[in-house]
Design a protein around this ligand. Structure first.
Ligand code: ADP
Length: 622
């Protein structure tokens, strides 16, 4: 895969992973939304269970009050004054007394009203006799509690007080004279206090009678409403007993659906508009025929469900976010690893390429080296050939020079010999002797050339040994001494400290110094006070001997040819131009060097550099 395709592939992997996470999150969120009703249901169930105790408390409160007041009419009815008053309702004093008693009792036991009714339903005495809306004189023959008590039962009834307009619960019992029922004693207690207590809670509490009419409710606007339409019979019974105001008996707009065995869900559309949903649980109070219902607003469950869903969604988002970050990190890591790998591959490729290049370069270098070696060999061969050619040329030169050098004295010898013959014929012996003497001189000269040639012909590399430099210099000076004296030249020489041994040959070394000293004397032939400086200088393993004169020095061209054989600037017969070239070869044979240059202060200076040697146990002479 190419690099760009690889990057594209990685990019698509990243999008794919992100898409998967986002898709997963969307599905989870949708699932949460779908789960909302179920969640609400669970919370509704929990809510109902949590509030069950509120219902129990409400029921127990009501039941307790009913039980407390239930027995009271029977007890009060036993008071003899009541029977007496019923027998003689015209006894106003008695009636007054009964009124007071009833008033006192009502106050003591916390009843709203206590009243005494004769068998026709007429109230003859009441605890509220002093009030403007007193029950006294009112007929309650239509009330079931009255009819019930008159029939010898314990009458009970809930109704809106027709006189007081107050809702109340009525209990009634018969007033007997012996076994004869002569009237009814009824008590009423109001239920407002319960409702006040219920209003404090978060729930709504309603109490329905057997006909399904709400006669107690934490919300006053629900009083006398029914949860469903009332049957015509029930309506007739209510009308007969004047139980509730008929005009307010309007059913509440409700929708009911069962929730489970314990609860049901009720939606109430209030007259003022708002729709409320409740989870409802009910409990019966059998002795009163009441159903107490606790209406818990469903809103809480819905809010909780939404809250849970929101928290879950947030958690999911968080998890999704973390997952995204983790996945992105992983992808980035993988990308980095891939990039590193690709870089490594590239590097390896480059290394391989470079190695190949180096190998090629190496091969080329080897080839070049071989070519150079071949060229070198060729050069050496050429050099050898050149040397050979040079040698031949030198030989030619030498032969020419030699023939010139020899021809002159030979021609002279021939001429002197012929002259000697002629003088001999003429009988002039003195002249013969003179010419023979001249022939002798010429032969000496030829012998001198021959000696030089013999020296020149010495093979290089002849054996060297430690020789005493001091001795070589001293002997050389002795040899040139007559020449120096003749030209008035003197030597300025360093005192030598101890013996200096150098590698060389004694006689050859002397010859070198004789030649240099002799050249120096020659160079100063026109100098008024000729002086030769002889200076020694030691340096590491070498010694330098410098011969300096104060002559005219040398031109550059002369310096270039100094050591060439037969190079000379001297007059014919005075120099053969072999001294320096022979000296050069000798010094080189000793492993040393010979240099000639002009001295900065005038004149020429020739330096002989020789290798210092260990003093032998027995100095050998050449
Ligand atoms: P020759 O002395 O027979 O000429 P050499 O080889 O000794 O031969 O010297 C070659 C030449 O080098 C001389 O002819 C001279 O021109 C030059 N030369 C040698 N020594 C000196 C010197 N000390 N000063 C100037 N020139 C010199």
């Amino acid at each position: 895969m190419t690099r760009s395709a690889d990057i594209k592939h990685r990019g698509s992997t990243r999008h794919w992973a992100l898409g998967l996470i986002l898709g997963g999150l969307a599905v989870l969120l949708a699932t949460l939304v779908l789960l909302l009703p179920g969640l609400e249901r669970i919370y509704l169930g929990q809510l109902g269970k949590r509030e069950a105790s509120t219902l129990t408390l409400a029921v127990e409160g009501l039941t307790g009050s009913l039980r407390r007041f239930e027995a009271l009419p029977g007890l009060i009815a036993e008071r003899p004054d009541l029977a007496r008053a019923l027998r003689d309702p015209s006894d106003t004093a008695l009636i007054d007394r009964v009124n007071d008693e009833l008033h006192l009792t009502a106050e003591e036991v916390g009843l709203s009203d206590i009243f005494l009714i004769d068998p026709t339903g007429l109230t003859i005495a009441a605890s509220n006799h002093w009030k403007a809306l007193s029950f006294v004189g009112r007929n309650f023959a239509y009330r079931p509690y009255f009819t019930g008590a008159l029939a010898g039962e314990r009458g009970r009834f809930f109704a809106l007080g027709t006189t007081s307009g107050e809702r109340g619960y009525f209990f009634a019992d018969a007033v007997r004279d012996g076994s004869e029922i002569i009237g009814v004693l009824a008590v009423k207690f109001t239920v407002d206090a319960f409702e006040d207590a219920w209003r404090d809670g978060a729930n709504e509490i309603v109490v329905l009678d057997d006909a399904g009419v709400i006669f107690m409710a934490s919300r006053p606007e629900w009083h006398f409403r029914s949860l469903g339409p009332l049957s015509p019979e029930a309506r007739a019974a209510i009308e007969d007993t004047k139980k509730y105001p008929m005009d307010r008996l309007v059913p509440l707009q409700t929708e009911q659906e069962p929730f489970d065995d314990t609860f049901r869900q009720v939606t109430i559309t209030n007259d003022t508009g708002p729709v409320e949903r409740f989870i409802v649980q009910s409990q019966m109070i059998p002795e009163a025929g009441w159903e107490v219902s606790l209406l818990t607003p469903s809103e809480q469950a819905w809010t909780r469900a939404i809250g849970t869903a929101a928290v879950s969604a947030l958690l999911l988002l968080l998890v999704g976010l973390i997952a995204t970050v983790v996945i992105q990190r992983r992808i980035q890591m993988q990308e980095r690893i891939a990039a590193a790998l690709s870089m490594q591959e590239e590097l390896e490729l480059r290394v391989t390429q470079r190695t190949a290049e180096l190998e090629t370069a190496n091969r080329l270098i080897t080839q070049e080296v071989e070519e150079r070696r071949a060229a070198e060999t060729l050069l050496r061969q050429t050099q050898t050939e050149l040397i050979q050619a040079g040698k031949l040329a030198a030989l030619g030169q030498m032969a020419a020079a030699l023939s010139h050098e020899f021809n002159q004295p030979l021609a002279a010898v021939k001429s002197f010999a012929r002259n000697a013959g002629a003088y001999l014929d003429r009988g002039e012996p003195d002249k013969v002797r003179q010419n023979v003497g001249l022939i002798d001189d010429m032969v000496d000269r030829l012998a001198a050339i021959s000696t030089h040639l013999r020296n020149f012909a010495r093979r290089p590399g002849e054996k060297t040994e430690p020789v005493l430099l001091n001795r070589a210099l001293d002997t050389a000076l002795v040899i040139v001494e007559p020449k120096m004296r003749a030209s008035g030249c003197r030597v300025s020489r360093d005192e030598i400290d101890g013996e200096i041994w150098v590698q060389g040959g004694q006689v050859r070394l002397q010859q070198v110094f004789v030649n240099l000293l002799s050249n120096a004397v020659d160079a100063m032939s026109d100098v008024p006070d000729p002086v030769v400086d002889l200076v020694l200088d030691r340096d590491g393993g070498h010694v330098h001997v410098r011969v300096r004169d104060r002559g005219t020095g040398m031109t550059d061209a002369e310096i270039a040819q100094l050591f060439d054989p037969f190079f000379t600037t001297k007059e014919p017969g005075k120099g053969m131009g072999l001294g320096l070239s022979i000296s050069y070869n000798i010094v080189r044979d000793f492993g040393g060097t010979l240099e000639g240059r002009n001295h900065p202060e005038g004149g020429a200076v020739f330096s002989v550099t020789l290798k210092l040697a260990e003093a032998p146990s027995l100095a050998a002479a050449e």
